[in-house]
Design a protein around this ligand. Sequence first.
Ligand SMILES: *Cc1c(COP(=O)(O)O)cnc(C)c1O
Length: 377
Amino acid sequence: MTLIPVDGPFREAVIDLSAVRDNVASLRARIGTPFFLIVVKANAYGHGMVPVAQAALAGGATHLGVADVAEALALRAAGITAPVLAWLHDPREDFIAAVTADITVCVSSVEQLESVARAGHAAAVRPVVHVKVDTGLSRNGVSADNWASFFARAAELEAHGSITVEGIFSHLSNASAEDDLAQGVRFDAAIDLARAAGLAPAITHLSASVAALTLPQLNYNMVRIGIATYGISPIDTQAPQEFGLRPVMTLRARVAAVREVPEGTGVSYNLTYRTSATSRLALVPMGYGEGLTRAASDRGPVVINGQRFAVSGRMAMDQFVVDCDQADVAVGDEVVLFGDPANGHPTVQDWAEATNTIGYEVVTQLGGRVVRTFIGA
Ligand SMILES: *Cc1c(COP(=O)(O)O)cnc(C)c1O
């Protein structure tokens, strides 16, 4: 349990960086691959990219992963020198800034490969690339039809000293263990074909959180861990604690107003909620402006002064109401939406279930006027 200062901003996401460090260290010990990439894309799933990246490296990450080159450059601008992979590119991207900043560019097409080689010539550096192959997810990655011609060209560019193909990777669907294992078989075929073409990728990686925690035979020598870093289970039926993980984010606010109302009082837009007794209503200053989904209307769990309640009526843009029954609630009291169950808080998973989504979306959407406070650095 981590103690969080009692007096915080009006709306606050408290990010416990000691939990990031501990989660990464315990995942690395459990998974055991020599290389260990932590994914910090999308502002570290809403947690704050640079502080989370630093904590992940302190916990034993060897590599960082992001989607866009711009995210990778932001890590470099913050002074982070660890290897950074970026894998989703604007078609107009010229990669010159990326290769100059020693970003490992992940390429999914021969056009990207050529563009990175050109950038290397222009910047007088030898870019390090990882090749992404599609093995069944049908998103990014070189498709199987083009593997042979792609690898031949990559080997040619490597032989000319234009690039170094350090890695080859793919991404899983998580549809089922069978589907993921079938992708593993196709991935092995791609690696064989790359080697036959004369490439010698030192790093091979396939699994993200789900497979890294459940299918160790797919670990290769690196895994790419996103959601588990944040103490959120990637598997609906298993709590993060079962994997030795601790939640990183506590989302809280301060009660903005309290009102005493009689039985039958309608609450918030469309009056979808009516009090069933004389009640005390607490006004909480967060809404879909902060990324809380409107699906939390009449559902999202909260804890006020140690007691569990739910959003009462519609979630609005800036605020929602909680019927606290007769509980002792005052303006300025702390309202926790989710945090560590060890502290008696609802979890991200509770919010995801209440709002019919997944934990990834709950934390990544968070924004607006929420202030992020970092503790445990
Ligand atoms: C987002 C992402 C990951 C991380 O996935 P998690 O399920 O959060 O662990 C890994 N690899 C790629 C290519 C990704 O886009």
